[in-house]
Design a protein around this ligand. Structure first.
Ligand SMILES: [Zn+2]
Ligand SMILES: [Zn+2]
Length: 428
């Protein structure tokens, strides 16, 4: 009896929509007699409405599951209007629990991006927009699996998602809040009608896993013997011995890393071995630009990939002068009353290139004089030598500093003479 009732409701509805369906079928049959399926798949101009573009997200947990797709505005469930080809997608109230409201989520990988198809459990057809302009969404014959049947699932927070068509860049939307709304529209209209959530058959909401910020790829460049780098909640802790992992005059004669350089008269008197140079810097794993800059201080302002400290352009008694500079080793370093540190481009690991230099106390990375984004000297640096571009360690643009390609004392390149553009932590 129940079955009969459901079918009679569906029948009534079909009669109501017969006129619309006839027109759609007439148009479709015209198209189909003139084009192959392949041509049809390619029809229409994608991104007609370019109000927004979306980035595909991967939702592995949804794949292969049978779920209900619930409209956030109305609480109604997506369902099909009939089991034949070209039947409309509808929304229906939650008392309609039959297979027409159940969807199997399929994943498609295209060039490393992930798209999803929604296959109805009842008829195994997948929905797609009727055209690239804002029109109805209908059930495509099951052989049609091209980009028109593929959708991005784009998180909008609160476990609600936009369902964005890959071919047309249009959004799945409920056209009204009424049960059996005859068609879903795809449009760029904002609002709750365009938000959807996913529930399993027990009513459990599909919840996105909170992504913990990972350790930035750049930290893999730091010397593993001299540094220990790990996440602590939302922060990164960089522990270092403070010893450079390369040769230097300042290791002192007899040490295996000692390098005999002709700087003796200008050299500072101390040597590296035997001193406790260890330091700990704790910075945000996701550093942000501050509203105002902060000047650097004497002492350690950052930790380099070699393990040794980065200093600014100052000595205790004033700016680095020619006499002091002559006493620096080939890598722009020397040792003062405290620890071995660099003032200049540390040529042991960056020499007129785009190599990573280290991380400063505000959590931003500093690179050599060239930028990976262009392969040459950046021309858009701010007063601190920073700019926002992609690096060899990032998937997208992010703020970072460079050693400025500007001569100091006619022959040197300072590592970092600017202010911090982020919020510095204390080096302990
Ligand atoms: Zn110094
Ligand atoms: Zn750059």
């Amino acid at each position: 009896m129940k079955k009969v009732t459901l079918y009679s409701i569906a029948l009534k509805h079909r009669i109501r929509n017969l006129k619309t369906e006839l027109i759609v079928l007439l148009v479709l049959s015209f198209i189909l007699t003139n084009c192959s399926n392949e041509d049809f798949e390619e029809q229409g101009t994608a991104n007609l409405d370019s109000k927004a573009t979306y980035t595909p997200e991967r939702h592995e947990d949804l794949v292969g599951q049978t779920l209900r797709i619930e409209n956030a505005g109305s609480g109604l469930w997506a369902r099909i209007s009939g089991s034949s080809n070209y039947s409309d997608l509808q929304v229906a109230n939650q008392s309609h629990t039959w297979s027409w409201t159940k969807w199997i989520i399929e994943e498609v990988e295209v060039d490393g991006a992930y798209y999803y198809r929604f296959k109805n459990e009842s008829n195994s057809k997948r929905f797609r927009p009727y055209s690239a302009t804002n029109t109805s969404v209908y059930m495509a014959p099951s052989g049609w699996t091209g980009s028109w049947t593929q959708w991005m699932i784009v998180s909008q927070g609160n476990n609600e998602f936009l369902i964005v068509n890959r071919a047309t860049n249009t959004i799945l939307s409920a056209s009204t809040n009424t049960d059996y709304t005859s068609a879903q529209h795809v449009s760029q209209t904002d609002g709750e009608a365009t938000l959807w959530s996913f529930r399993d058959m027990d009513g459990n909401l599909y919840e996105e896993e909170e992504e913990e910020p990972g350790l930035h790829a750049a930290f893999a460049e730091f010397d593993e013997d001299e540094t220990d780098i790990y996440l602590d909640g939302d922060n990164v802790v960089i522990e270092t011995t403070g010893y450079p992992n390369h040769t230097s005059y300042y290791w002192g004669e007899g040490h295996e890393l000692y390098l005999d350089e002709d700087i003796g008269a200008n050299a500072t008197p101390s040597t590296i071995p035997g001193r406790d140079a260890s330091a700990i810097l704790t910075v945000s794993a996701d550093p942000q630009l501050a509203t105002s800059s902060t000047s650097t201080q004497l002492g350690t302002i950052g930790i380099s990939v070699s393990g040794a400290a980065i200093f600014n352009d100052q000595e205790g008694n004033g700016p680095l002068n020619t006499g002091v500079a002559r006493g620096l080793d080939y890598s722009g370093g020397h040792i003062g009353p405290s620890v071995y540190h660099y003032h200049l481009e540390p040529k042991a690991f960056t020499d007129d290139d785009e190599n990573l230099v280290g991380v400063l106390a505000d959590g931003f990375f500093i690179y050599g004089r060239k930028c990976n984004s262009t392969g040459t000297y950046p021309t858009d640096l701010d007063v601190s030598g920073g700019h926002t571009h992609t690096t060899q360690h990032s998937d997208g643009p992010e703020y970072h500093y460079h050693i400025k390609n500007e001569l100091y004392l006619d022959q040197y390149y300072l590592i970092f003479a600017g202010d911090y553009q982020g919020t510095p932590s204390n080096v302990m």
